[in-house]
Design a protein around this ligand. Structure first.
Ligand code: TRP
Length: 368
């Protein structure tokens, strides 16, 4: 298993990640505390997609005492958005609505440029724009959603980035991120820039409040170093809530834009979605006869994972699907047909909203 901000591979053991990264599991008790504020648990919490955190309890205690917080998440625009990317964004929007709070969204066109030898700055910036359309299509509102495009907005970020960078040694950064002799300077400096949105609210508003970051757990190393220096700079430590990786449609690993057949992009037309889902890895048996007799295994099935995390909100229907799978009453073809239909229905709507987002995207650009 390898999990770093820039590489995720192998079979992911989430319990071990909690241990190795030194994060906290999301306990039932803490979930109940969240539910108090959100009248009921969001599906992604109830189904344990988000499974780990840092200081979420501290943040909620502060909130009860009247200290608000802001949300912060982001995207490295290295290519088009796939539905795995949407998962934490959907959850972020839920938190934003329930806690009525501002979201800072960092579009890291600079990061994707420095970490990839082949990348062109023009292209990562263009993907930044394209990816923002997907974000906005989920229904965020411009009043409280502030998108930061790093290259364009560096003047706003730079003073805080310097304060951060000055307090992190090269040896800490190397130990945290595994930098090598041949790592370029842009990449070595980069973590300072990802820290900035944790703190930027104070500069913009004068209000000093903590940030809560919903993100996949591979981003945790950034927050470790940021948390170490936050108080020295007069800020709260940022809190995190970590999600799993949405698996790709292939066996094992996460949905990755570098393996296009295993990812469903928001721009994939219906026939492409169908082909990808039909080629997906399932927990099925080699023959229908065997499956009828022995049943299949939904636990390892990627089609089932999509139902679980995104496309089957009804718990009873989901349980019924699992039961029919295990007992061999339902064949994989039926599940694949259902999933194809659900994804296409979602994407057709998504693309309409994405088109409309082009008219309003400017309103989401961080207001100074
Ligand atoms: N580094 C992230 C990526 O490559 C992008 C990012 C920047 C981000 N700030 C973030 C992701 C905050 C989650 C939360 O995708």
């Amino acid at each position: 298993m390898v999990v770093t901000p820039w590489e995720v591979k192998g079979k992911i053991d989430y319990e071990r990640l909690i241990q190795e990264f030194g994060t906290q599991p999301l306990t039932e008790q803490l979930l109940r505390k969240v539910a108090k504020h959100t009248d009921g648990l969001h599906l992604q919490l109830a189904r344990k997609l988000f499974f780990s955190h840092r200081d979420l309890d501290v943040l909620l205690d502060l909130y009860d005492k009247g200290v608000k917080f802001v949300l912060y998440t982001g995207r490295g625009p290295s290519g088009p958005v796939h539905i795995g990317h949407l998962v934490p964004w959907i959850f972020t929007k839920h938190l934003q609505e329930k806690f009525k709070t501002r979201l800072y969204f960092q579009m890291t066109d600079d990061e994707k440029f420095v970490i990839d030898d082949e990348a062109k700055l023009k292209e990562t910036m263009q993907f930044g724009y394209e990816n923002a359309l997907d974000l906005i299509a989920l229904g965020f509102k411009p009043e409280n959603t502030y998108i930061i495009y790093d290259v364009q907005d560096i003047d706003l970020l730079y003073d805080i980035a310097l304060e951060v960078a000055k307090r992190i040694t090269y040896s800490t950064a190397r130990a945290t991120f595994g930098f090598q002799e041949n790592t370029n300077l842009g990449w070595v400096f980069w973590p300072a820039i990802q820290a900035v949105p944790c703190f930027i609210h104070k500069k913009l508003t004068g209000e000093n409040v903590p940030a809560l970051i919903p993100a996949a757990i591979d981003q945790d190393p950034f927050w470790r170093i940021t948390r170490d220096i936050a108080q020295k700079l007069g800020y709260y430590k940022p809190a995190q809530i970590h999600c799993r990786f949405l698996p790709g449609l292939g066996e094992g690993g996460k949905m990755s834009a570098s393996e296009p057949e295993s990812s469903i992009f928001t721009q994939d037309p219906p026939d492409v979605v169908k082909r990808k889902v039909w080629n997906a890895f399932t927990g099925g048996r080699p023959t229908a006869a065997e499956q009828k007799k022995l049943g299949a295994n939904h636990d390892v099935c990627t089609v089932y994972q999509y139902m679980l995390y995104l496309f089957e909100e009804d718990d009873k229907k989901l349980a019924e699907r699992a039961r029919k799978c295990k007992t061999g009453e339902m064949m994989c073809g039926e599940c694949k047909t259902d999933l194809t239909e659900k994804i296409n229905k979602f994407l057709i709507e998504h693309r309409k909203k994405r088109e409309k987002a082009k008219d309003v995207i400017q309103e989401f650009h961080i207001k100074r």
